[in-house]
Ligand binder design. Structure first.
Ligand SMILES: *[C@@H]1O[C@H](CO)[C@@H](O)[C@H](O)[C@H]1NC(C)=O
Ligand SMILES: *[C@@H]1O[C@H](CO)[C@@H](O)[C@H](O)[C@H]1NC(C)=O
Ligand SMILES: *[C@@H]1O[C@H](CO)[C@@H](O)[C@H](O)[C@H]1NC(C)=O
Ligand SMILES: *[C@@H]1O[C@H](CO)[C@@H](O)[C@H](O)[C@H]1NC(C)=O
Ligand SMILES: *[C@@H]1O[C@H](CO)[C@@H](O)[C@H](O)[C@H]1NC(C)=O
Length: 272
């Protein structure tokens, strides 16, 4: 009889302990889950999977969810404070919605965006650069490429010869990003004219434009495209227009002119 009572008491105690443990566990799990939600986190599928394998790069562990799973929050790539040469970087947080702000030291001009935002797919822009706008030339180095913007006006052939002295060529402009970068610098150094020769010629064969690098013309920003020709051959009775430039009469879109006209120019030098 005593033994039966003892057994019942014991099992009641064990049940109570089990219930309390469960409640505690749930309460704790609930709290962690809420904390994870508060930081816009997501839980991994199970406790052995990692944030990166579940959600991809940029997802990092930040606490736990229920049942030992990891709470993952998205963090944009770190931007070290020394990332902007001759300028400074302010990044306080790298969560979605956080901003990174940039400014240049006195005497330097910023090319690119002053502020970028962390989005679910990373920073929505690249780190700008700080350059000195000057004549006879403005030098800008981006991703291992040196661009030299020459103020002195020369015909297309002499401009190319000047670029060769630096070990480069009149620039190719092969993407919208590269074009936008060149226009940013041109706008900063706009004095008298924004006409700049680029390394594009049809070499006297109408409409067969090719880059000096030999690459075909896959990207373009012609002012006048088909059905009109991106070619000024009949423009105001001028001689054939066989050389291309970023044209200030065309809102900095590209045009072509007689190669013997004199304009400013942009050289491109690839660093070894
Ligand atoms: C990580 O969690 C803590 C609370 O535990 C929170 O304060 C912090 O903001 C979280 N970090 C991110 C990047 O969300
Ligand atoms: C610009 O930055 C370079 C490299 O960090 C440094 O050597 C140079 O002194 C800086 N120029 C000025 C004017 O601060
Ligand atoms: C960046 O600048 C914006 C606008 O001035 C400001 O709201 C934001 O707090 C700044 N971000 C940082 C990290 O300082
Ligand atoms: C980046 O996001 C911010 C905030 O949503 C927006 O104002 C800005 O225009 C975006 N920048 C780019 C380059 O998309
Ligand atoms: C132009 O064509 C001539 C003759 O076909 C060729 O020798 C020359 O290298 C070409 N020049 C350029 C810049 O493509």
């Amino acid at each position: 009889m005593n033994e039966i009572i003892q057994f019942r008491v014991m099992s009641t105690i064990w049940c109570l302990v089990a219930v309390v443990v469960t409640i505690c566990h749930l309460a704790n799990a609930e709290k962690l889950t809420r904390q994870c939600m508060a930081s816009k986190g997501r839980c991994t599928r199970n406790k052995d999977s990692t944030c990166e394998s579940n959600f991809g790069s940029g997802w990092e562990r930040n606490g736990s969810c229920c049942r030992g799973r990891q709470c993952c929050v998205f963090q944009c790539e770190d931007i070290p404070t020394d990332s902007l040469k001759n300028g400074s970087v302010i990044v306080t947080e790298r969560n979605t919605g956080s901003t990174a702000n940039f400014s240049c030291d006195a005497g330097f001009s910023l090319v690119g965006r002053q502020s970028i935002t962390c989005t679910a797919s990373g920073w929505n822009g690249t780190i700008p650069i700080c350059i000195i706008i000057a004549c006879p030339e403005t030098v800008a180095i981006v991703r291992g490429v040196v661009y030299i913007f020459k103020c002195k006006q020369a015909n297309w052939f002499d401009s190319e010869a000047n670029c060769k002295v630096h070990g480069g060529h009149l620039t190719s402009v092969e993407t919208a990003v590269e074009n936008a970068f060149l226009l940013d610098v041109i706008q900063l150094m706009w004095m008298e004219t924004g006409n700049f020769w680029i390394g594009l010629t049809d070499n006297n064969t109408e409409m067969s434009y090719k880059w000096l690098s030999g690459n075909p013309l896959n990207y373009n920003d012609w002012f006048q495209g088909p059905p009109q020709q991106p070619d000024n051959k009949q423009f105001g009775g001028q001689p054939g227009a066989h050389c291309a430039l970023i044209h200030d009469n065309y809102g900095l879109k590209w045009g072509d002119e007689d190669c013997l006209q004199t304009f400013k120019s942009i050289c491109e030098i690839w660093l070894p």
